[in-house]
Write a protein that binds this ligand. Structure first.
Ligand SMILES: Cc1cc2nc3c(=O)[nH]c(=O)nc-3n(C[C@H](O)[C@H](O)[C@H](O)COP(=O)(O)OP(=O)(O)OC[C@H]3O[C@@H](n4cnc5c(N)ncnc54)[C@H](O)[C@@H]3O)c2cc1C
Length: 409
């Protein structure tokens, strides 16, 4: 590649094809996928990426759709998961109010709607361990972490300088540095934000009865409440993750309740489907908001994952959307690499944006509309959505279309 920057005294220079900023699930998976097809990559994170990190169970988990699992397999990450991910084989969608039985008009997706599970629940720390182990094992991946970097992008290439004196020259820079992406703001790419005034309480729960690999999405006036099945542990054979949305102040109040009172509020929303429930481990509160970048590209730069879009977690699809970016980008880069083409050319960047942004915007609008429809106690809207839920339930073809879309296949 032309246009390499000359090193200063004391600097070591590595030439790679792609440099990724951010080793979260999106950036790390992209690095592993590209390295698998012989593309040299550098990946930068301001946090340390320990290969063996396995802190205590902390209750956070991801729902991984079938399309995302295929990507993680192709990237060599799935086989490194330290424990088996729990398949989701049944999803029950209901509508109601806390402390009352759900509306009788419910929607159930079962194994008959799909040949394979709808998704898999993996603990966030398990995915982290698998990603870091795969990053460390690949000779084609240069790790720069923990470090801060300065970036110069030119028409003919990118130079990334770390504070420890290492320098990376690349054809393309990928910003995968999350919602508050500094790489995106430094490139002057504006974002549009939609605050919801809602927060998600996230924790794990142990329950009396087995979940049979079933998930629940219960729509309540303050926001959706989701229970997602997880693989059990020795201490808690029947375990699930929950994402429970409430108005901001209420979420903080509920999360701070003493155990017995928190358990009571939880049970009012869960009902008795899984018997008695007990919260396990830490409780997390995340402010929920949605945002999207006005464009995904700039000179020798693409945005991927949360740096490009953050959606309402109503459908648990945030990370899956990021994995779709990774699938598209890696297909384009691997094809260009095989033909010996420039991986940062304006034509390749334009193809990436054209293939990802319209579909991501569609998901953005769909989750926003779902939230507005369901986070509401208006009786007319309640009736309309119950009739809608029941109608989808009765129409097998529509159900299958819903399922295919959510699975990312
Ligand atoms: C309550 C809640 C529940 C969710 N549940 C689900 C779910 O069930 N399923 C799902 O698919 N998604 C879910 N999501 C969304 C999911 O968490 C995100 O979409 C996902 O983490 C995005 O991954 P990412 O790699 O793009 O960004 P991040 O995970 O934010 O990673 C960014 C990385 O970049 C690094 N970084 C940041 N700034 C810099 C910098 N300046 N220099 C170097 N490195 C930097 C960070 O250290 C980090 O490692 C949920 C989100 C919330 C809030």
């Amino acid at each position: 590649m032309s246009g390499m920057m000359e090193p200063n005294a004391g600097e070591t220079v590595t030439d790679v094809a792609v440099c990724i900023i951010g080793a979260g699930p999106v950036g790390a998976t992209l690095a592993c996928r590209l390295a698998r097809d012989g593309i040299a990559v550098a990946i930068v994170d301001r946090a340390a990426l320990s290969p063996m990190e396995n802190p205590e169970f902390d209750g956070r988990a991801y729902a991984i759709a079938a399309g995302s699992k295929n990507l993680l397999e192709a990237a060599g990450v799935w086989e490194n998961l330290p424990q088996v991910a729990c398949p989701i084989e049944d999803i029950l969608v209901t509508d109601g109010r806390p402390g009352e039985p759900p509306s009788p008009l419910s929607l159930e997706f079962t194994r008959e709607d799909s040949k394979q599970p709808f998704g898999w629940m993996a603990e966030a720390r398990a995915l982290r361990v698998a990603l870091n182990a795969t990053l460390h094992a690949s000779p084609l991946i240069t790790l720069l972490a923990p470090t801060e970097v300065s970036i110069v992008r030119r028409e003919d290439g990118v130079t990334v300088r770390a504070t420890d004196g290492r320098v990376v020259n690349a054809q393309l820079l990928v910003a995968a540095d999350g919602r508050g992406s500094r790489t995106r703001s430094q490139a002057g790419i504006p974002i549009t934000k939609l605050p919801y005034g809602q927060s998600g309480i996230v924790c794990a729960i142990a329950h009396e009865l087995p979940h049979d690999n079933g998930a629940l999405e219960h729509f309540l006036p303050a926001g959706p409440f989701a229970q997602l099945p997880m693989s059990g542990t020795e201490d808690h054979p029947y375990l699930s993750a929950i994402v429970w949305s409430e108005k901001d102040a209420m979420a903080q109040r509920i999360a701070a309740l003493p155990d017995a009172a928190f358990r009571r509020e939880l049970q009012r929303r869960m009902g008795d489907r899984l018997g008695e429930v007990t919260p396990v481990g830490r409780r997390w509160v995340y402010p929920l908001s949605a945002q999207y970048a006005q464009r995904y590209t700039d000179t020798r730069l693409v945005l991927a994952g949360d740096a490009a879009h953050g959606i309402h977690p109503i459908a648990g699809q945030g990370l899956n959307l990021g994995f779709r970016d990774v699938t598209t980008l890696s297909e384009l880069l691997i094809a260009a690499h095989q033909k010996g083409e420039d991986l940062g050319s304006p034509a390749l960047l334009a193809r990436y944006q054209a293939r990802c942004r319209p579909t991501n915007m569609l998901m953005f609008m769909a989750t926003d509309a779902l939230d507005r429809l369901f986070s509401n106690d208006n009786p007319v809207l309640r009736l309309a959505r119950d009739v809608g839920i029941a109608a989808v339930h009765r129409l097998p073809r529509l159900r299958k279309a819903f399922v295919k879309h959510a699975m990312g296949v």
